[in-house]
Design a protein around this ligand. Structure first.
Ligand SMILES: [Zn+2]
Length: 116
């Protein structure tokens, strides 16, 4: 499957390849504020079509995850990091994907608040 995603104002647009089977809701200080639903894919499956210069980067805590957000509209469409094996990974906020029935995606809850 190929999913299209964007920020709200449209300056950032991207495509993600893969099969969206479930998403992760994390309760850490960042995710609980954003309300994002995350889908982890190898970074190579995320293609930024436009907006690299529009994307700002926020890091906190151990600064291992790059939380990317649009400078203009403030939407966080994805984050970038590495998995435990060191592979480049993207965490897609599936709320920023087009044509996804969010209610049909099973959500796993992650206790990030007590693991970070
Ligand atoms: Zn935007």
């Amino acid at each position: 499957m190929r999913y299209r995603g964007s920020c709200h104002c449209g300056k950032v647009a991207f495509e993600v390849e893969g099969e969206l089977k479930d998403a992760l809701a994390c309760n850490c200080s960042m995710c609980s504020r954003k309300g994002s639903l995350l889908w982890f894919v190898p970074r190579s499956q995320l293609t930024l079509q436009k907006g690299e210069a529009e994307l700002a980067t926020y890091t906190f805590n151990r600064h291992v995850i790059k939380h990317r957000f649009c400078r203009t509209c403030g939407i966080h469409p994805f984050g970038e990091g590495t998995d435990p094996k060191g592979n480049a990974t993207a965490a897609i906020n599936i709320r920023s994907l087009a044509d996804v029935d969010l209610d049909a995606v099973p959500v796993n809850h992650f206790d990030g608040r007590h693991k970070a």
